[in-house]
Design a protein around this ligand. Structure first.
Ligand code: SF4
Length: 366
């Protein structure tokens, strides 16, 4: 472990962000605060507590229990129900029922068990690459890693699946969301697809480490999403393209800072992120959509409000008022108060706002 990571984390124990944490970075790639926290292994839920807030990010206990029960039902008894689903959809035959449950092969939560799970996963992947007829068709909870700014982050997709005749595995995600066909909540689907995309990137990075040349053709840009029949405990299966999701996660990973030296240079010298003043000073990039995926949204929105940043009025207002950089400055420009326009962009914005103001007053008879 790089000593800079340990120093940046301060007194906090490391937390694995998992595929969910990495896909969050892809949702707001311009946010240095979230990126720095993810790289050093501090979850937003922990960061909220550092800033004196209350973690409201977790799923409700009911949703959590439902999700765990649904997943357990699919993978119990040698993943019998999951295999039956694949047979029904004709993706696997009756004979293709070889299952490697990585959690059962290397149980436990200690460092030694985690390392063993990585080795068992790699062993199964190598068997498939060799064309070994005993290579599993299903790998439950494989342990892969995804490199973010040169730091390896473990991820554990729900499962990998391949028929005997297929060259390699595709990633599967199990979600207890009710499957409502075209009316399924699209933000849930997008989130599941982005998590699967992180899994595909993990597979491609392993293939690269094994010097396999055609990793993009082997680890295909497709995900299998297992959802739940509405009102029942039965699974449905959707195989879908996740090319766009993979591209967006790759773009986020490639964004600056791209290594620890760059990250270190962007933060004040010698600081730790467990210090609330330091954490508050790391630049964020608050958007209204942060609420959907990041537990820090209330703290970051509070900072935007205090700074009177136009983003608190929404994405469109932030774009339109970009030249003014604050709501107060925009009001000065429309009312011709405060300092005169500092540049051509401010002058043009002032004119546009005054014209809109005149139109509005005329419309309401003022
Ligand atoms: S809530 Fe804050 S830390 Fe999280 S992504 Fe948004 S701006 Fe970044």
């Amino acid at each position: 472990m790089d000593p800079r990571i340990i120093r940046l984390r301060g007194t906090l124990a490391p937390e694995e962000p998992g595929a969910r944490g990495i896909e969050r970075v892809a949702r707001n790639p311009d946010c240095l605060r979230l990126r720095a926290l993810t790289i050093v292994g501090i979850k937003p839920a922990t960061a909220v507590k550092i800033l004196g807030g209350v973690d409201r990010e977790g799923q409700s206990p009911f949703a959590l229990t439902l999700g765990q029960r649904f997943e357990r039902q699919l993978i119990k008894n040698g993943a019998a129900n999951l295999l039956a689903l694949y047979r029904d959809q004709r993706h696997l035959t009756v004979a293709e029922a070889k299952v490697a449950d990585i959690g059962e092969l290397a149980p436990g939560s200690g460092a030694a068990a985690r390392r063993r799970r990585e080795r068992e996963t790699r062993r199964a992947l190598e068997a498939k690459l060799r064309g070994d007829p005993l290579a599993p068709n299903l790998i439950i909870k494989p342990r892969l890693t995804v490199s973010l700014v040169g730091v390896s982050h473990p991820i554990e997709p729900d499962y990998l699946v391949a028929a005997d005749g297929e060259a390699f595995y595709r990633v599967g995600e199990i979600k207890s969301y009710p499957d409502r066909g075209g009316k399924t909540d699209q933000s849930d689907i997008r989130s599941a697809c982005r998590q699967a995309a992180v899994g595909v990137i993990g597979l491609r990075q392993i293939l690269d480490q094994l010097a396999v040349t055609n990793s993009e053709h082997l680890a295909v840009a497709e995900a299998d999403l297992v959802l739940r029949v509405t009102g029942l405990f039965l699974p449905t299966l959707h195989r879908q393209s996740i090319k766009g999701e993979i591209d967006s996660v790759l773009r986020a990973i490639a964004d600056a800072p791209t290594n620890l030296d760059e990250l270190d240079a962007m933060l004040p010298h010698g600081v730790s992120l467990d210090n609330p003043a330091v954490l508050r000073s790391v630049p964020n990039h608050y958007r209204p959509s942060c609420k959907e995926h990041c537990g820090l949204w209330e703290q970051c929105r509070g900072q935007a409000l205090a700074a009177r940043h136009p983003i608190v009025l929404g994405d469109l207002a932030a774009e339109k008022l970009a030249a003014a950089s604050s709501v107060d400055r925009a009001l000065d420009l429309v009312n011709s108060t405060g300092a005169p326009p500092r540049n051509a962009a401010e002058a043009a914005l002032g004119e546009e706002l005054r014209a809109a103001d005149t139109l509005l007053r005329r419309a309401i008879g003022q």
